[in-house]
Design a protein around this ligand. Structure first.
Ligand SMILES: Cc1cc2nc3c(=O)[nH]c(=O)nc-3n(C[C@H](O)[C@H](O)[C@H](O)COP(=O)(O)O)c2cc1C
Length: 364
């Protein structure tokens, strides 16, 4: 089955995505700014927003960090069409509590809520809270049992479960999801246990921004895995966009951000020291010079409006249905993307001779 090509934006819950010392993007991770940003995105036609979850700012701990779940609930009440995806690190919430919160926001949003299961990389966030920072694969083992419980509770099941980490007796959440079987489950993470987890328990796999051939290889690997009777897995891509009328202008804008990002070197050194070296995501991100988090410009969405539209179509043909995008300065570049790139993508999808047919797609 072919899913429509969708565009989303990263909410700015922890500051600018490319460079922190940019006069065009003063630091603002406030609720008011994120509220206005997401409402603007919805009005511009974006389909989805991703609210990252960090209890303390992962770049610099004295910087503001917007709380993801309270913000998501408020966004759910204020918006009417956009999907709201909110990240969650299993160690921070008991599965019963998290499932209850997710069902609440699902019903506030009238069926537009999703969770993004992520298994943590920022050591101090968990360690200094006294929760402890388990080893990489152990975190995934915990996350696997955790999502099994959450998924069943989200479906309204009366649950009895005794496992390695949780002991839940005769537990059912009401009201159930009033709009569908349960909120959607995304998974972000690139390691082997992340891939196994999403194939077994996810609906959509979020891939870090990287070149098309690498993304196509990752999709092939995970799409072939057994799904226990669940529908085929779907795929999203994180990317930082720099689109301009010409290639040269886009390259110049990329260089401006790369130069500014150099000023963040001390902050990045602290971040590196705080990061679990086994996290595959971080290894992927060392491969090339880029700006933006989660792969950023490594996905190659830097170029003229036509080049960026062509590359999006190529990713879609490889199986990506949701593009979760970052910009800087965010509001202005998001608007430019909506006005210049989205129409070109839609034109390519429907235009004579260049229509993307189901049969053209390598993975559905
Ligand atoms: C689209 C996307 C969004 C993510 N959002 C968050 C987040 O909100 N909070 C967080 O701590 N990690 C986030 N992560 C990072 C995951 O926690 C990271 O990939 C994880 O530590 C798994 O590591 P792995 O790549 O070794 O599987 C995100 C990853 C992706 C791909």
């Amino acid at each position: 089955m072919t899913h429509p090509l969708r565009f989303g934006i990263w909410a700015l819950v922890h500051g600018p995505r490319a460079a922190h010392q940019d006069p065009e993007e003063p630091y603002d991770a406030s609720w008011q700014r994120n509220r206005d940003l997401v409402l603007k995105a919805e009005a511009l036609g974006f389909d989805s927003t991703l609210v990252a979850q960090h209890t303390i700012n992962p770049h610099q701990e004295d910087l503001d960090q917007l709380e993801a779940w309270s913000a998501a609930a408020a966004l759910a009440a204020l918006t009417s069409r956009i999907e709201i995806i909110t990240a969650i690190k299993p160690y921070l919430y008991h599965p019963v509590v998290l499932a209850k919160m997710a069902l609440g926001i699902e019903n506030i949003s009238r069926g537009r809520f999703a969770i993004n299961l992520v298994n943590a990389w920022n050591r101090p966030e968990l360690e200094r809270a006294g929760i402890g920072f388990a080893e990489h694969d152990e975190r995934y083992a915990y996350g696997r049992e955790w999502i099994t419980l959450v998924s069943r509770l989200l479906q309204g099941e009366r649950l009895t479960h005794k496992g390695r980490y949780f002991d839940v007796q005769d537990y059912a959440l009401r009201p159930k999801d009033l709009y569908r079987a349960r909120p959607r489950i995304y998974v972000g993470g690139e390691s082997e246990p992340a891939r196994a987890l999403v194939a077994d328990h996810g609906d959509v796999w979020f891939i870090n921004g990287q070149p098309l051939d690498d993304v196509a290889g990752l999709i092939r690997d995970v799409a072939e895995r057994p799904r226990n009777a669940a529908p085929p897995l779907r795929f999203g891509l994180s990317a930082f966009v720099i689109a301009r009328p010409t290639t040269d202008e886009a390259e110049a804008a990329h260089h401006r951000l790369l130069r500014l990002a150099e000023k963040d070197a001390p902050m990045k050194a602290i971040q590196k020291a705080n990061t679990d070296p086994k996290v595959v995501m971080m290894q992927t991100m060392q491969k090339s010079a880029r700006v933006g988090s989660n792969g950023g410009t490594a996905a190659g969405l830097v170029g003229s409006y036509d080049e960026v539209a062509d590359r999006i179509i190529a990713f879609y043909a490889a199986g990506i249905e949701l593009f979760m995008l970052q910009f800087q300065p965010f509001e202005a570049e998001m608007k430019r993307f909506a006005e210049e790139v989205i129409p070109r993508v839609r034109q390519r999808q429907t235009g004579a001779g260049s229509a993307l047919r189901d049969s053209d797609r390598r993975v559905g």
